[in-house]
Structures are given as structure tokens and as C-alpha cells.
Design a binder for this molecule. Sequence first.
Ligand code: ATP
Ligand code: MG
Length: 138
Amino acid sequence: MPVERTLAIIKPDAVRRNLTGEILSRIHQAGLQIVAIKSLRLSRAEAEGFYAVHRERPFFNDLTEFMSSGKVVVMVLEGENAILRWRELMGATDPAQAAPGTIRREFGTSIQNNCTHGSDAPETAAFEVSYFFAAYEL
Ligand code: ATP
Ligand code: MG
């Protein structure tokens, strides 16, 4: 299996509710390595740039307002099949549809406020990692 890197975000809803430690613990327990990590607050424009692929979607305005509403924790995770493994730990986008035991099922409160983000493919992971981290941070 390929060793991959993926971009993970603990979203403002989860940071506000002090779920950061619980989520980091699940990442460690799954055997994924945290290559880089930082806490920051996105401006509206930075959130719009990150989610540019969704700009035509009806939820784009609400999503970028939410993502810039408070601190987030952004990190680069590394491991075999890291992209899929992190998405499996998160669960489906809608917490109501997510499998039992997943982060979104246990802690998400709506399809928007679903606690975490994960890249969905190697190409998007490369873009998203470079959006937040310079080479010297990795
Ligand atoms: P993410 O990209 O955050 O890991 P995802 O790949 O499961 O999640 P996307 O379809 O890429 O989901 O949507 C990006 C984010 O937009 C979702 O995580 C969620 O916060 C929000 N979102 C998605 N669909 C909806 C919707 N129908 N209504 C409101 N918000 C939504
Ligand atoms: Mg996505």
C-alpha cells in the first residue's frame, strides 16, 4: 500500500467544544503520523480559497462563514493509505449517515458542523497540504 499524506482539519465546531484532544487521540490510535500541525483562524477569503471547488454549491456561503468563525487545527497526516484511512475515521459527510464509532457520527451535529475535514484524493491532498504548509514545515 502507498504511503500517503493527507490534509486534516479539526473544524471550528469541534475546537469550540474542546474535542481536539479526543480527535488527535483517535489519529494516534489508528497509527497515522502527524507530520505537521498548527492552530489558526481562517479569514473568509482564505476559507473561500480552500473550498473553491464548492463555490457554485448552495451551501458555499454558510460553509465559508462557518469555517472562518473560529480557530481550526490543520494538520498533515502520513501513513499507508492515509487518505482513505482518515476518511474512514471521520465517517460520512452527514453525521446521521456516518457509521457508528466514527468521529462525525459521535460528535457531529449537522451536515455542515461535522467536526473534521479530510482530503478526498492524492491530487486534492497535494493542493490542500500546500495551501496551509510550506515545504520547510513538512
Ligand atoms: P470535507 O471536504 O470537509 O472532508 P466531505 O468531503 O465529506 O467533507 P464535501 O462534499 O467535500 O464533503 O463538502 C465539504 C463540506 O461542506 C462538508 O464537510 C460540510 O461541512 C459541508 N457540506 C457538504 N454538503 C453540505 C450540505 N448539503 N449542506 C451544508 N453543508 C454541507
Ligand atoms: Mg470534501
